[in-house]
Write a protein that binds this ligand. Structure first.
Ligand SMILES: [Zn+2]
Length: 219
């Protein structure tokens, strides 16, 4: 019997340094969906960068219909970020999985579990705001209900919504508004979400990961 082959983890090279997200992710090229992914990544990059020694994390388009995406990892290392090219949630699906990658990579082993959103002190203010959010109607079967309401899943949804909201991209903002109009379970109503979006921004400010934290070069 053939031994099951596991996909390799992304390698780590050199020393961890502050990088824009465009230098961390390898988006699919030559797909008609590439411009949408590039726009979503640029919007996330406007919110924050990451301090990392990772080689490029591959982003792969799939034809999955059971879920809009997945972030795969082993222990502390990413494998890839998968996004379904079917359906109409490409941007939000990609940003959701990016939210998981960020959460996983910001995790500090001294703080316990594998996700920064659950126990990193820089996320404390966000956790307090997120706890005030109303529960969204659960979209699936019973088995996944607990996961849908878990802190890391709420983080990934809040991260995606914050990026869409703060983007200067009309297509991305229109996607968010359309989901809100449809009362989609993956987004919160605009007014209710406002303080949470600010709390997400503050997480990155506290961690020194906003573009503004870059040293200013003398002209
Ligand atoms: Zn998720």
């Amino acid at each position: 019997m053939a031994r099951r082959r596991y996909p390799g983890c992304v390698a780590r090279v050199g020393v961890a340094r502050f990088r824009p997200l465009e230098d961390l992710l390898d988006l699919p090229r030559r797909s008609p969906l590439s411009p949408m992914l590039e726009g979503a990544l640029a919007a996330a990059s406007g919110l924050h960068g990451l301090r990392s020694d990772l080689d490029l994390v591959p982003v792969r388009l799939t034809a999955t219909t059971s879920e809009s995406g997945a972030y795969r990892y082993r222990k502390a290392d990413p494998i890839d970020l998968r996004v379904s090219r079917l359906g109409d949630r490409l941007a939000i699906g990609f940003l959701h999985e990016l939210g998981h990658l960020v959460d996983h990579q910001l995790h500090d082993p001294r703080h316990g579990r594998a996700w920064a959103s659950t126990d990193h002190p820089a996320f404390a203010g966000w956790r307090a705001e997120a706890a005030r959010l109303g529960r969204r109607p659960f979209p699936g079967g019973r088995g996944r209900r607990r996961y849908f309401q878990s802190v890391r899943e709420v983080w990934a949804r809040a991260y995606a919504q914050t990026v869409l909201l703060g983007s200067h991209d009309a297509r991305l903002q229109a996607q968010l508004e359309e989901l809100q109009r449809a009362d989609d379970p993956h987004v919160w109503p605009a007014e209710e979400f406002t303080p949470v979006a600010r709390a997400v921004e503050l997480v990155f400010e506290r961690l020194g990961l906003t573009q503004l934290e870059l040293p200013i070069r003398a002209a």
